[in-house]
Design a protein around this ligand. Sequence first.
Ligand SMILES: *Cc1c(COP(=O)(O)O)cnc(C)c1O
Length: 495
Amino acid sequence: MEILYQSTRGNGERITASQAILNGIATDGGLYVPTQVPAFDRPVSAFAGLSYKETAFAVLKQFLTDYTDEELTACIDGAYNDKFDTPKIAPLHEAAGAFYLELYHGPTIAFKDMALSILPHLMTTAARKSGLTDEIVILTATSGDTGKAALEGFADVPGTRIVVFYPKHGVSAIQERQMVTQKGDNTCVIGIEGNFDDAQTGVKRIFTDEGVRKTLADKGFRFSSANSINIGRLVPQIVYYVYSYATLLAEKKIKDGEPVNIVVPTGNFGNILAAYYAMQMGLPVRKLVCASNENKVLYDFFGTGTYDRNRPFILTSSPSMDILISSNLERLIYHIAGDNAETDRALMAKLLSEGKYAITDSMREKLSMFVGGFATEEETKEEIARVYREAGYLIDTHTAVASAVYRRYREQSGDETPAIIASTASPYKFTRAVTEALGIETQGADDFALVGRLSEKTGIPVPAAVSSLETASIRHDTVCEVEEMEDGVKRFLGI
Ligand SMILES: *Cc1c(COP(=O)(O)O)cnc(C)c1O
């Protein structure tokens, strides 16, 4: 069955998967969605025992139907190889009454690697398929992790260039160091004087500006996006939910067909939307628990049916979730409106003009599988300490938000369904907060000294991705105002 893609705000025009991946975002500002979510082509039990790559092939093949088997295999082989520090790619770790799905074994030790290691391959394959000769320019706004993962994925990939914007004062020291030391002649990293939403809005503006698009086209460049709005990021994220369920089956931790709960620390709503799609495909899921930090706009949305971004932006210890406009929620809105672009367009226009919108009761009814929760900064810290104390297992701040939300949900609901918690970053990526949470002295020590202290105290080895940073040389030092983002791009491209 061929799966085509259309814009959440569009007029019903349908394009192939490879075209949607190349375009990134639709010219009407909408996001590409599959016209139909395919059902699994085999019983779920048949996934048990498959390797990560085999699972990836099975899932991608159903969504990316205009790619040949050979093309998909090449993309998967290019992505899930020894850049990951375990052949399992996404191992499950049972601790403190839940299954932590470790999505941080890739080159940048955060879950964005799961999709961004394959996206460049999907994209350059798409370009080849359509006979495109333009150079692809990836523009990305990052709250910290996407940027580095995209840079790693695209660095020195022929026919591509990548520009990453990050909030200069909104990422961890280690995240910033990872980005500004990025190698690759086709890479450009710029700090902006603003927060993540400013960066994201700025990138969207450059993307949808006809004038800029034309100037670039004249010079042989073509924009695309590595943000989670690209469908080529979303689809590879479905894979690990299927894989983790199959792992539980293979290890006899659950019975065939037994439902699980999936708990996801959420920012832009991409990771949890992938879990929703996995469920639509037929994965036995009872609840999708959407965990927010103190920027709890999604928690409020699931509780009230009103999405309202008019609130202070709070900097937390889980910066990759410091987001007030969760872009991928638009896809869910479109689906619960009955795949209705008109409704979606109207609500998104309201979001832009008033900063809020409310969904109808019938739309709300279609959200019954979602549970919203949030954790405060204090609860997040306590959760890190508790899981370490009880299970000797160290989790990062983002994972701790999910873990704390899950614990409260389980206590309050009595729901004992086995739970998979998406573990989205290595504790060494957010070392200061994790070290503080364990009650280790942090005063006067920089983040790199803390890495040593944390490893000494816990005996958990420091990932090479962190230990190599200290001596890496700085290659990017540009900082600009939000209004200067477009100039930054043009300067890098030499136009
Ligand atoms: C990006 C990110 C998240 C949030 O994922 P979304 O898909 O944006 O909801 C959570 N944790 C970490 C560590 C991340 O990098």
